[in-house]
Design a protein around this ligand. Sequence first.
Ligand SMILES: [Mn+2]
Length: 356
Amino acid sequence: MNQQRLNLIRENMKKAGLHQIIVTETEPVFYLTGIWIAPMERMMALYLDDSGRVVFFGNKLFGLQPQEGMEVVEHTDSDDPVAQLAQTVAPGVLGIDETWPSRFLIGLMKHRPDVQPVAGSLPVEQATMYKDEEERQRMREASAIDDACVDMAIHSVKAGATEREISTKVENFFKEKGCDKLGFSIVAMGANGADPHHDADDTVLKEGDSIVIDIGAPFNHYWCDMTRTVFYKTASEEQRKVYELVRQANEAAIAAVKPGLPLREFDLAARKVIEDGGYGEYFTHRTGHSIGMKEHEKPPVASDCDVIARPGMVFSIEPGIYLPGKFGVRIEDLVLVTEDGCEVLNKYPKDLIVVE
Ligand SMILES: [Mn+2]
């Protein structure tokens, strides 16, 4: 058990008025125990209460090793794991992850009508939102791989290239660098770039295309995520203008990031640049999302987000302009909030590149 992190979650439980919670998602269980388990259809629950008790309920297949300060209760596929859990929880309010499957929750409610389940993800979210030094280091390392990968991808932009080819090269690169699993590798050429989540297909590169390259994967359980947009052979006046606006929006938001301000300020900083440039209606999404052990975490960098930035938060700054039927531009970096501003985890340059 990581005692420091456990204490943090306990403090958050107190603030939330929760005396007991169960943590059931892979990421927070890893955060606390250092054990990474994808339970699939089987039950996994880490029970925490305010007396200091920690009980890990898991299938024998998980191969759980006992740890100091943590009891282990194992079940087999023929047991009823919910009944085991039901024997441990105290009467009254029980905080439960919002993603815990109802096939378990319904069983627990049947076994224990005296237990009142409530949404209980907050104590964990409020801890994992602020990355500690070990986590920051892992995220820096993951982003360094992303920088190298985007460089490789940009060098793969050449006559006859298809989206799928470049996207596959990105995946292979990530695999060679030891990603935990494949993430995403959006490669969107020309008009496809106007769809922010375009799936790479057999589109062939042509002169004058913009190429949006948005790539990321988890390394040592922490995600990277970045986007660069380049042009092939030529960039029209409009493409250059849109690119510069997006770059300025990205840089304005990054310049605005400092602790003590609500996250919406960073969204608005990016949005203002694009609106003032006359393309506001084509910036169709929020400016960014938090990231860590999950690819998208709370809180979002959105115009209505009043969560205050604090040191240790990591989120994306990824403004974009999408012109349907024409092209798209997005530029994305991850930033880590520091004591007096932010550290940009991605170092890859953002000057306009026209690949010859
Ligand atoms: Mn992103």
